[in-house]
Structures are given as C-alpha cells and as structure tokens.
Ligand binder design. Structure first.
Ligand SMILES: *Cc1c(COP(=O)(O)O)cnc(C)c1O
Length: 362
C-alpha cells in the first residue's frame, strides 16, 4: 500500500477471465478488425448506455475530431475554440489545415465563455469547438444560440464527458458532432479508442465512409482514412463497460472525501446546474504557481504525482503563428492541478494528500 508510486490516475482493468472470454471469441472466429462482431456489440451497448444515435467507435479521440471536421466538410477557415484543454483539441484543428481562434474561459468552470464568442466571429469562421473540460458542461444553450444565428457548426470535444449528463441527456448528445476519447487514462477506456456521435443521419453516413478509406467494396465515394478500431480494443471496452457504474460510484466517494478534507482551503470549480457529474477528474486551483510548485514538491517527496492539467494554456503553444491573449486561461493554467483519483485509491492516501496540501498552502 505505502511505498508505491501514486499517479494522477490508474487504468481500471477488468477481471482477466472476463477479458479472456472475449479474446477466445476472437481466436475462434479469426476476425481481428474491419467492423467485426465485438466492435458491433460494443457500439450497440454504448449506444444504449449513452442513449444516443449515430455512434461511431474509432481508433482514438484525436482522429475522432479530425474526421468530425472532414465529415462536416470543414477543410479550411477558422474554428473558435478554447485554450484550456489537452493539446489534441488545438492540434487536430491545425492538422486539418484550419486556424484555431481562441476564446477565453469562464473562471468558475473553465469552459469557453460564450459571451466572448461573437466578437471573434468573422466571414472565415466555420465552427465552434468547445470542450466539456473535466466533464463539466459548457454553456450549451448559449453556444447553440450563437451557432444558429451565424450558421456555424458545433463540434464538442467531449473527451472527458463520458457518462456526464446535462438535463438528463448524455453530454455526448449535443452539438452537430460530439467526440469522445476512450484512452487508458480516461474514465471509460478501451486501451486506445474514441468515438463520434453525429446528430444528422447524412453526416453520419459520410463519417462512416470516411473512417474506412471512403469506399464500400469497389465503389470509391470520398477521400477517407483508416479510423477503424480492432476487435481486441472492442473486447476491452466490452469487459470494462459492466463496471462503469461501480467505477463512478467509487470515484464519487473519493471526491467527497477530498471535498470534506480540503473544504475552505482550496479553490474548486463550480458545477453548473442540471448536470449529473461523472467524477472524471479532481481539479484544484492554487493561489499562484509558487504555491502549486511547493505542494507538488512536498507530494513528490512522498511518491505522489498529481498532474498539471491543463498546462500550458494552448493559445501560448510555440508553433502557433498568431498570438491571442486569454488572460483567464493563462492564469488558471499556471495554478491548476488534478489530484490522484481512481477507484481503488486508498483512503489513507487521500487523507495523506489532503494533509500535505493543507500543510503547504501559503
Ligand atoms: C485525451 C483527449 C483527447 C485525445 O484523445 P486520444 O484518445 O488520446 O487521442 C482530445 N481532447 C481532450 C480534451 C482529451 O483530454
């Protein structure tokens, strides 16, 4: 228990025999990929679990964003996005030859500030790409209103939003397309993996083609790529899915303990109303970077390794040509971190982390 390294997260693994029973099916029918039976079963189960339509399981959450842009026909122009996210949100936009236009975030839940979107809309604006960062819902209504007024597409990078709900609907059901990541570090994982959830049936058909080289048999319809996922990954998803409720419950218990122990001594994001949270992360905001570094040093000495999520603010990436200031995101990025959070994290460690934080805050 003590003595081992404690990282910000630890991937959940299902009982071996349950995973192996799926592997046995693969060894029996010898279909390893190309929309095999396990992939179809996982797509169906996730469609039901999330209660969404047009669900596409793909290789990762990054390619999910890229093919979302392609399926919506966005091949150039400006995408309004948030600077407070993992780098893949911005890099996918750049990779697709579009230009990210950063809009600063709300100080209380770190999602894009819709009040600041309209002022940066230009004739080149094609879409808005907000992020439900840490699983906190964006201001969906306001974003939708702006998108409608200016005829823009909305692509939610919902990589953190699996099993979060807004107004009793999955957070993944909003926007023209929502994308998700099933990477090992995420709440629900398939080792590597991701998804697109598409509102319009026609766009969904297009995305289906794009993700498998753009052809069906010998008929080539459109330029495509390989975003298909394998049966082995689907097997991990099928073995993990039955545990997701239990995983979330255990994470909630740990979050509640952190809440109690750290009450009044550290800033926490404010959850908006009508949200059912997935407990994907436990972010805390320190007074300044110096305080964060002091706490990190003390934790690291005890082999505890929280992560600076998200740092740096993406508008400051060195390979961007235009510099746009986002004061709130830059400030928050310097002093925010995620504390260790995973289902079998020992309560003694949670107490130890909280005590170290309390002793070291200024
Ligand atoms: C993890 C993540 C991605 C990328 O997902 P991968 O499956 O790792 O490619 C994209 N956006 C955000 C916000 C993420 O956290």
């Amino acid at each position: 228990m003590f003595g081992e390294n404690i990282f910000v997260t630890k991937s959940f693994l299902p009982p071996k025999d349950e995973y192996f029973s799926y592997l046995n099916k693969i060894f029996n029918n010898c279909q390893l990929t190309n929309q095999g039976p396990l992939l179809k079963e996982l797509e169906e189960k996730l469609t039901n679990f999330l209660n969404v339509k047009n669900f596409h399981y793909v290789t990762n959450g990054t390619i999910a964003i890229q093919i979302a842009l392609k399926a919506l026909g966005i091949e150039s122009g400006e995408i309004i996005t948030t600077p407070f996210s993992y780098v893949a949100t911005t890099s996918s936009i750049l990779w697709e030859h579009c230009k990210p236009v950063f809009v600063d975030i709300e100080p209380d839940n770190f999602t894009i500030d819709p009040e600041k979107i309209e002022s940066v809309i230009s004739e080149n604006t094609k879409a808005i790409m907000p992020v439900h960062v840490f699983g906190y819902a964006c201001n969906i209504e306001k974003i939708q209103e702006i998108a409608k007024k200016y005829n823009l597409k909305v692509i939610y990078d919902a990589a953190h939003a699996f099993a979060s709900k807004y107004k009793n609907k999955s957070l993944l059901s909003y926007g023209d397309i929502s994308t998700c990541s099933f990477h090992s570090t995420k709440l629900f994982h398939t080792v590597e993996g991701g998804a697109c959830i598409v509102k319009d049936d026609k766009i969904s058909e297009r995305l289906e083609l794009i993700k498998r080289f753009g052809h069906q048999g010998d008929n080539h319809y459109t330029l495509g790529i390989n975003a298909k996922q394998s049966e082995f990954h689907a097997a991990m998803g099928l073995s993990n899915l039955p545990y997701i409720k239990e995983i979330i419950n255990k994470r909630k218990i740990i979050c509640d303990i952190y809440d109690t122990l750290l009450k009044d001594c550290i800033q926490r994001p404010k959850q908006q109303s009508n949200v059912e949270y997935n407990y994907a992360y436990y972010p805390v905001v320190f007074k300044n970077e110096k305080e964060l570094l002091k706490v990190f040093k003390a934790l690291n000495e005890e082999q505890i390794f929280p992560r600076r999520y998200f740092y740096p603010s993406l508008n400051t990436l060195p390979y961007l040509t235009d510099k746009i200031n986002c004061n709130i995101s830059e400030d928050i990025s310097l002093r925010i971190a995620c504390l260790p959070l995973y289902p079998d994290l020992n309560i003694n460690i949670v107490e130890k982390i909280s005590n170290i934080i309390k002793r070291n805050i200024i």
